[in-house]
Design a protein around this ligand. Sequence first.
Ligand SMILES: Cc1ncc(COP(=O)(O)O)c(C=O)c1O
Ligand SMILES: [Zn+2]
Length: 418
Amino acid sequence: MIHQACISCGEKYGADEILYSCERCGDILEVKYDYDVIEEKLRKSDWKSLPLSVWRYKDFMPIRPSSKIVSLNEGGTGLHSCQRLADLLGVKQLYVKNEGENPTGSFKDRGMTVGITKALELDMKTVICASTGNTSASLAAYAAKAGLQCTVLIPSGKIAYGKLAQAIVYGAKAVQIRGNFDQALKMVLELSEKHREVYLLNSINPFRLEGQKSLAYEICDQMNGEAPDRVILPMGNAGNISAAWKGFTEFNKLGLTNRLPKMTGIQAEGAAPIAQAIKKGSNKIVPVDEPETVATAIRIGSPVNWKKAIRAIGESKGTAETVTDGEILEAQKMLARSEGLFVEPASASSVAGLKKLLESGKIDRDEVIVCVTTGHGLKDPDIIMKTSEKPLEVDAEIESIEKLVGLARPIPATVVSR
Ligand SMILES: Cc1ncc(COP(=O)(O)O)c(C=O)c1O
Ligand SMILES: [Zn+2]
């Protein structure tokens, strides 16, 4: 039977109970399955013949067979072999799982397709979230598709413009609060506990994370059942690294991969409570009161999923690292210029982290590595314009252009034809 359970005391709750923390001890919840039942379903299903997508893995999801699935074609993102970048960094085999290829341009869509489908199962009419940007864009889109009311709380002036535009155009009530993400999350939690008709779809909602675990399934399937040695992800609220680890362990339990990757989480230096705890060898975080980073998507000081993340990193024998804003922006350009992949700053932190961990010798150069890039670069063009060389400008004359871009004088036709 599918149910929810507390990650600390193990208290069980029904799959249709609407709650966001354990009533006994207050800790967060996770979704549990009977894996024999999933195995039986898989035996009878044609899932392997379906295209790569979140719903290829329907048998692994906590959704009733009769439910109306709300989908915008999420998942099925590219696992790009990045040999040019691998050579630059000095690592043997590197792949980038580019989650910016999702419908609203981030990995959040994997979670929202399941979360909104669950909201309809529960007959909810309104959904809400706090967001550093991408969650609001994704929730707004899926709510629109499902015909639900949507409210998003965002830290005023601290989300990338593209994301704000998305939330607005999809018709969400976008509320900017004078405060940071952590405060916004506290407020939406309070609101959804007070107004039971409002369904909260932050990553504290374990059903949303079930959709996000499909990231791991896809990586295994794209590598023909071989999980890589290591998966590197940016961490903010730390739902994604936790979800991905759940996905890998489930595929392993079901005999669909015989290897498990080392989960490696990267945080921006000014917002790094989990990475700091891991570096100190502590299994408890010290929240950061005023997180700050250019990577606004991961500007989070008190991540709700920190226990799940520390467990994932510990169980997988992975690690965590911090990167500076400068390192993030350098990695963003390096990835774009060597591989043609334009990702937002938070996403580039996975590449920046890989570079740093290779340089310090904490990652073996022979490992097969997957960096997850979580959101599309076009969400935040401002940062590029602020930090890059300006485009060249000349009069509309051939000679001026030739001079500017360094084109040699053409060879005379008589010489060419000889
Ligand atoms: C682009 C991007 N990367 C990474 C993250 C962090 O994900 P998580 O909060 O699941 O750790 C976010 C979260 O908003 C994001 O938008
Ligand atoms: Zn509990």
